[in-house]
Ligand binder design. Sequence first.
Ligand SMILES: [Zn+2]
Length: 100
Amino acid sequence: MMAGKTKKIPIRRCIACGAQKPKKELVRIVRTPEGALLVDRKGKVSGRGAYLCPSEACLKLALKKKLIERALEVPLTPEFVEVLETQWADMLEEAPSDAR
Ligand SMILES: [Zn+2]
């Protein structure tokens, strides 16, 4: 065991690929107490959340296997699928793949 102060980084698991990553590297999808679905990129909306990598592969897998529905126990509307696809496209544009 290492002594000293270690800052605890919250780790969450991607519902598609199962990778565990710091919370801020994943995208949170929230079902609010009112039953609305949101992409919560700041991690501040209250409600039941599911986490996904900001990668096209994980989004596609989650949609194909209905992992978001299962995690949030709510059906996805075609409108929300479109929101997800738009958000992911934006994120992929913001984060050039060679910036690792
Ligand atoms: Zn993933």
